[in-house]
Design a protein around this ligand. Sequence first.
Ligand SMILES: Nc1nc2c(ncn2[C@@H]2O[C@H](COP(=O)(O)OP(=O)(O)OP(=O)(O)O)[C@@H](O)[C@H]2O)c(=O)[nH]1
Ligand SMILES: [Mg+2]
Length: 458
Amino acid sequence: MSTHTIAAVSTALSNSGISIVRISGNDSLNIINKIFKTNHKILPNNIVYGKIYDGKIHIDNVLVSYFKAPYSFTGEDICEINCHGGVQITKQILDLVLKNGAILAQPGEFSKRAFLNGKMDLTQAEAIINLINSKTSTSTKIAINQLDGNLSKKIKNIREELIELLAHIEVSIDYPEYDYEEVEEEYVNKLIDKKIKEINEILSTYEQGKYIKDGVNVAILGRPNVGKSSLLNTLAKYEKAIVTDIPGTTRDIIEETINIGNIVLNISDTAGIRDTDNVVEKIGVEKSIKILDKVDLVIYILNVENKIEKSDIDMLSKIKNKGIKLITVINKIDKIEKSIFDTFMDELRKNNIENIIPMSVINENGIEELKNKIEEIFETSDLDYNTELIITNERHKDLLNKSIEHLNISKKEINNGKPIDIISIHIKKATALLGQIIGADISADIVNKIFEKFCLGK
Ligand SMILES: Nc1nc2c(ncn2[C@@H]2O[C@H](COP(=O)(O)OP(=O)(O)OP(=O)(O)O)[C@@H](O)[C@H]2O)c(=O)[nH]1
Ligand SMILES: [Mg+2]
């Protein structure tokens, strides 16, 4: 299909034991023959030892493997040079391959060719990138499941039944003796309902899947000096943020990624929220409020030494009204009597604040409780990550949602007594949208966009 032969370094460019330069396309073996000397015969599915030469100059001692089309990752001839893993030597070998006829691969181009040559469908290609980017064992399991084709299988099944339904409808149109009677209506309605239910079941896993794949976005918010940066440092287990007793210490958003069990948290420590005339701090405060647009969870910290201000209650309501998950931490409990804590707690409860964690960051009191609460909120133990189908890609979610929209329209049209050919237009549309998930009927532009996000050499 593709004409030119491509090459790239498939391993990370840093000093390591070995690096792999991958070549794919008709010219792969020709290029290898020009630069590689060996005493062995280069046979498909074999790996041979030999030396790389640039003309007369000996560059490296390497292993070369050869996979003959169509039995390779891309479906084309592939040669891989396993060279020593120095950055300089790897670059030199890649340059040599390029000088001898290959062109540098685009990010994701090997996978794109695998898809275009029918070696895998789009969900499987997307699973590769999820697998590479995976940060926890759970997201790895989900990606492997998708790579095995489990999402594709499910989508194909739903799609096939809709295609059968369309064929059934065509028969009704072409052979008027089979009138499109009420029985037919009931049959079509029932089948569409069943498909909507199946699609919804897949969709319902998305939120969880997204958290597992991309991590949970968390902001630590609160007024100045309540202990936000101290909490970030304790969770990160090192002094990431500057902590002082001067209110207004943090001016910019400070980001850190940590794992709690199998959950990845992308935490942002923020500037303490207050009215201020300081230009720099003011910008920081604005950023703290703006961050609400992109977080899944807010940890709102209150200092038990202070009284709860109206601004705190307003902020807590704002967070809740935006539908963001909320944990409220009462910090510095090491500094007060129990009775003060009780009064504080009562006032929060009066304002319908739940998920409250008493804490002394300095003594690491309440940290485990906070972690447990986060796990409780974001880990649904009833999903079996080993076997269950979980979607993590926004593209899949959007296409599933749109296909449901069209199935719902077709149901409405049936109930409104619209002619069957009108109804079938929407079923066809839903079928096409489902097809786009696995890569059927998809435009070259979209394919390019998807593979652009891949890394170089994959
Ligand atoms: N006694 C006590 N002091 C604490 C506790 N947590 C934080 N502090 C102290 O409170 C002060 C402020 O802590 P920070 O973590 O800088 O507070 P912050 O909320 O990030 O403050 P800004 O960046 O100014 O918004 C520091 O002196 C901390 O050592 C705690 O649990 N108990
Ligand atoms: Mg701070």
